[in-house]
Ligand binder design. Structure first.
Ligand SMILES: Cc1cc2nc3c(=O)[nH]c(=O)nc-3n(C[C@H](O)[C@H](O)[C@H](O)COP(=O)(O)O)c2cc1C
Ligand SMILES: [Mn+2]
Length: 504
């Protein structure tokens, strides 16, 4: 497994070859019009769009590059996002080698980690053009104003690079940047994020910041990945790509940026230099209100000749970002299982804007086990911000919301099986009484019994194997024109939504 492309241009060429990209030659307005076009295409599961003539700019704009599962898999060079997870799992579960064969195998794995570290190079395409000082002009870029209530255009798909002043560890995160004027934007570092922590850790209150735009899709994805602070996103990007991310020195600040970027904004952010950012039509499906955020003062823009500007629109789900989030859901499952091995699978429903709801299936072994897992989820990385956690038995397919709903309705005594507690919540969640802190709901929809204060639990209904095999073998003979062909009714339940619900 390796990413098939090394930069945005190769990615665009691949998308085009695969019939996954449409070029739009008509002139379009980055003020709202592109959003409306893109939102329709995203919600219809349509292609990536390369707008070649954007009003007021000479740069083409790429959007919806991540908008389907197929494109996400193309980006990673896999058939299914679970394949990415399996590769990570093989590293995470590295055991001390036993014999010689084992030793050679684990050396290979360790080498692939070593080969994932970012690598410095002396020249990068991202610096073909260098604009400093007064030449810096964000007006030249086709930055979109996404929704009618947005006060200004927002850069929406940057990889923002900072460094921890104490540890020297580089951080990369995806944070929206509201344009203020030709040479400054806001930096939307929410309180739980590493970028914000790097600013707070700075001894003099000012840090160098770079925003890289137009990367290969795996490196761009890595900026959105919720990694622990001490783990560098670019190392993970290198591992997932199968080749190291190449970095060049910035022109005006002491940071390094991916050499393959289309556009790089270099500058500084200070704790003292703050303004009112927003409102912004957000991935919660609502406008998040204006709040104070620091200003990003831009000292240089470097770019390729004919640089392509990447963008994304978030809003009422489903939007393009659902597939970045689904990739994270799949890729992080092995890491979550490292600490909570009884978790079989989990699902973050797109409609739950990712932090509102987590469905987890577990291999249940003892009384209170579902509750233990809820508290574990509320203690894990950014999953700790989850507002509600639903726990089901391992037999349940967490991605089949019909099945999950059936389990919640059938298996829950609200008085006994619901946990109401409180803790940190996503800063953008408008529902809690206080910002970023409030109520949490846990629902234990697993099988219970007397050990948990329930009566003897009834047996689920399952047809015998013998009769199922008989009906399979005679199916054609019945001449019933339905799609319920042999093998479909695995446990005898008729409806698709309930198909696996009683599987043991
Ligand atoms: C399209 C998109 C936009 C995002 N915008 C923001 C944002 O404005 N502010 C923020 O704090 N997180 C935002 N995120 C989430 C962060 O990128 C994500 O939490 C990431 O893990 C942050 O990295 P960090 O933990 O290294 O800071 C966005 C994610 C996506 C996919
Ligand atoms: Mn980070």
């Amino acid at each position: 497994m390796a990413s098939p492309v090394s930069d945005l241009r190769e990615w665009i060429a691949l998308l085009e070859k695969e019939g996954e990209l449409v070029r739009v030659a008509s002139e379009v307005d980055p003020d709202l019009e592109i959003t409306e076009i893109t939102d329709r295409v995203v919600k219809a599961g349509g292609p990536a769009l390369l707008f070649e003539r954007v009003k007021g700019s000479t740069h083409p704009l790429l959007i919806n590059q991540f908008g389907t599962e197929r494109r996400m898999c193309l980006a990673f060079g896999v058939d299914s996002l679970d394949d990415v997870a399996h590769r990570l799992e093989s590293i995470l579960e590295l055991q001390p080698p036993q014999g010689l064969v084992d030793k050679v195998r684990s050396l290979g794995k360790l080498k692939s980690i070593a080969d994932s570290m970012p690598k410095e190079v002396s020249k990068g395409a991202c610096q073909e053009i260098v604009l400093e000082g007064d030449e810096v002009d964000l007006d030249a870029l086709p930055i979109m104003r996404c929704w009618p209530g947005d006060p200004a255009p927002f850069v929406t798909l940057p990889a923002v690079i900072t460094r921890d002043a104490n540890t020297g560890v580089r951080n990369v995160g995806m944070y929206r940047m509201q344009k203020i004027d030709r040479r400054s934007t806001f930096m939307h570092w929410q309180i739980h994020k590493d970028g914000r922590a790097d600013l707070l850790a700075s001894p003099d209150g000012t840090i160098p910041v770079a925003a890289a735009l137009g990367l290969d899709p795996v490196t761009a994805y890595s900026a959105s990945a919720p990694l622990p602070k001490h783990i560098g996103e670019l190392m993970v990007a290198g591992f997932l790509k199968g080749s190291p991310v190449e970095l060049v020195e910035c022109k005006t600040i002491d940071l390094q940026v991916p050499a393959n970027a289309e556009i790089v904004l270099e500058g500084t952010v200070s704790r003292e230099d703050v303004g009112l950012e927003g409102p912004f039509g957000d991935h919660t499906g609502y406008y998040t209100p204006a709040e104070p955020f620091p200003v990003f003062r831009i000292s240089a823009i470097t770019m390729r000749r004919d640089a392509i500007y990447p963008s994304i629109v978030v809003g009422v789900p489903p939007a393009e970002d659902q597939w970045l989030a689904k990739a994270t859901e799949r890729i992080f499952l092995p890491a979550i299982r490292m600490t909570v091995p009884e978790i079989v699978d989990y699902d973050l429903p797109t409609a739950g804007a990712f932090h509102n709801c987590v469905i987890v299936s577990i291999r249940k072994r003892f009384p209170g086990h579902a509750k233990k897992v809820m508290y574990a989820v509320w203690g894990l990385g950014l999953l700790s911000l989850s507002k509600s956690v639903v726990v089901v038995d391992e037999s349940v397919d967490v991605h089949d919301y019909g099945q999950v709903f059936f389990q919640v309705c059938a298996n829950v005594d609200p008085k006994r099986d619901v946990v109401l507690t409180e803790g940190p919540l996503d800063q953008l969640d408008h529902a809690p009484t206080l910002q970023a802190y409030g109520g949490k709901l846990g629902i234990d929809a697993t099988t219970k019994g007397p050990a948990e204060g329930a009566r003897e639990w009834p047996e689920p209904i399952v047809m015998s194997e013998e009769i199922r095999a008989l009906v399979d073998s005679r199916w054609a003979e019945y001449s019933i024109p339905t799609p319920a062909a042999p093998g479909i009714g695995k446990n005898g339940a008729g409806s698709h939504g309930l198909r696996q619900s009683a599987r043991r």
